[in-house]
Ligand binder design. Structure first.
Ligand SMILES: NC(=O)c1ccc[n+]([C@@H]2O[C@H](COP(=O)([O-])OP(=O)(O)OC[C@H]3O[C@@H](n4cnc5c(N)ncnc54)[C@H](OP(=O)(O)O)[C@@H]3O)[C@@H](O)[C@H]2O)c1
Length: 230
């Protein structure tokens, strides 16, 4: 069975997820209320968030090369990152984030063995699902059956959002709409995906709730109607 998937983004009124002044404190405050078992973060989001280039290393302590003791009572979410190209080398930095209990990396058959060894040496768990890129549907199945993940929050940019939306894997969309207009032909939007050919099969949504939070920021919650796609 697939977990319940909530795509959660701070957006400008014109649907951009970068290039405006997002209320980060509010974003994380409301995110913590979603009570999820896992957070799925795109690899570009990790790299941008930590200000590092693909493959860049930072100095790490000896501790990272020792097994970690996991507390079974720890109910903070698991951080899950698809990184089939092995671009992220700063896992010890991510482990310092206070709101996660541990990390799981999603790899594919194309992930270099050297990178899998790098993860093994650091006791970072990984799953190999898919050939070239990560097979997200299989990954979600595995997350549920092997890791008990019933509910996931997606914290990623338009690329991973686009993959998940097009594959019909998103159940809810939560948007914190900021009263700003970015206006750009290049800036990332909540849904980056190839143009559809032929008939338009847009993804239909049903509004669950809308709330004015503060400073004219509107919190919109939608159900995704995946009938057309599945
Ligand atoms: N405003 C907000 O709420 C918000 C939230 C999060 C992020 N952001 C911003 O979004 C930007 C990053 O977004 P992004 O769109 O560039 O990248 P992203 O969504 O963070 O990362 C792309 C992810 O998609 C995966 N992917 C790509 N194609 C795939 C496929 N066919 N099958 C499976 N997985 C696939 C990649 O995996 P591989 O590495 O394996 O290829 C990677 O993990 C940053 O600037 C960040 O600050 C904004």
């Amino acid at each position: 069975m697939l977990p319940w998937v909530i795509l959660y983004n701070a957006v400008s009124l014109d649907g951009r997820i970068t290039g405006f002044d997002a209320d980060v404190e509010l974003y994380y405050e409301l995110a913590s209320k979603l009570d999820v078992d896992a957070v799925l973060m795109g690899s570009n989001t990790v790299l941008t968030g930590f200000g590092v280039k693909p493959g860049e290393n930072l100095s790490e302590s000896e501790e990272v090369l020792k097994p970690r003791v996991n507390d079974p009572e720890d109910n903070r979410p698991l951080l899950v990152v698809p990184d089939s190209k092995g671009q992220i080398r700063i896992w010890s930095e991510l482990l310092k984030m206070p709101y996660i209990r541990d990390i799981l990396v999603l790899c594919s058959r194309s992930t270099p063995t050297e990178y899998l060894n790098f993860l093994d040496e650091r006791y970072i768990n990984y799953l190999v699902v898919g050939y070239q890129q990560v097979d997200m549907e299989n990954a979600f199945e595995e997350l549920n059956t092997r890791f008990g993940v019933k509910k996931i929050r997606i914290d990623s940019g338009g690329i991973l959002n686009g993959v998940l939306l097009r594959e019909g894997l998103v159940d809810e969309m939560h948007l914190l709409v900021h009263p700003e207009l970015v206006g750009s032909t290049t800036s990332n939007s909540i849904f980056q995906a190839p143009d559809l050919e032929g008939e338009y099969h847009t993804i239909k949504l049903k509004l669950d709730s809308m709330e004015k939070i503060k400073n004219d920021i509107i919190y919109l919650k939608y159900k995704v109607l995946n009938e057309v796609l599945k």
